[in-house]
Design a protein around this ligand. Structure first.
Ligand SMILES: [Zn+2]
Length: 165
């Protein structure tokens, strides 16, 4: 038997083991405390695992939405290209505006489509659409309007004239 001093309560106690640190009362307490700590750690681990799971789920949903968005976007572009192929002037203009490799302001196809569209909207000749002083009714509107825009350093000013007669 060894004579020891309890590390918790400071009382003397006897033990058959030289490494004993606590008296038998404090030993029971220490044991319970250790179990409580272990249970708390396990709960914290479970919470972490749950949080990680929720984050993974959120990430998957985000990726799914992104995929869905890309699909819709591709579908929209496909429809737009089809419409442009069929000669829809607004679709042609949209496509040329989306095209980042060329500036639609200096693109003759853009202004041809613009002219087509404005002419289809002329209200039986009552409206006259003018861009930088060039009328959409002018035969050479696309060529002239590009020159006019260049002269204005890229600035575009549009106006619609109403003919009352
Ligand atoms: Zn003790």
């Amino acid at each position: 038997m060894y004579n020891k001093i309890c590390a918790i309560c400071g009382k003397e106690f006897e033990s058959q083991y030289i490494r004993s640190k606590y008296c038998r009362y404090c030993q029971a307490l220490a044991y319970r405390q250790k179990n409580t700590n272990r249970a708390r750690e396990r709960r914290a681990e479970a919470r972490d695992a749950e949080l990680e799971y929720l984050q993974q789920q959120a990430e998957e949903r985000r990726k799914e939405r992104e995929k869905e968005f890309e699909k819709r976007e591709a579908e929209r572009m496909r429809k737009l290209e089809q419409k442009a192929k069929n000669g829809d002037p607004l679709a042609i203009m949209d496509l040329l505006m989306f095209n980042e490799s060329s500036d639609h302001r200096y693109n003759i196809e853009y202004w041809k489509a613009y002219q087509d569209y404005q002419r289809s909207q002329d209200g039986g000749g009552r409206f006259e659409h003018v861009v930088n002083g060039v009328s959409c009714f002018d035969e050479y509107f696309p060529e002239l309007v590009i020159e006019a825009i260049k002269k204005e350093k890229g600035k575009i000013v549009t106006a619609t004239i109403f003919h009352t007669h």
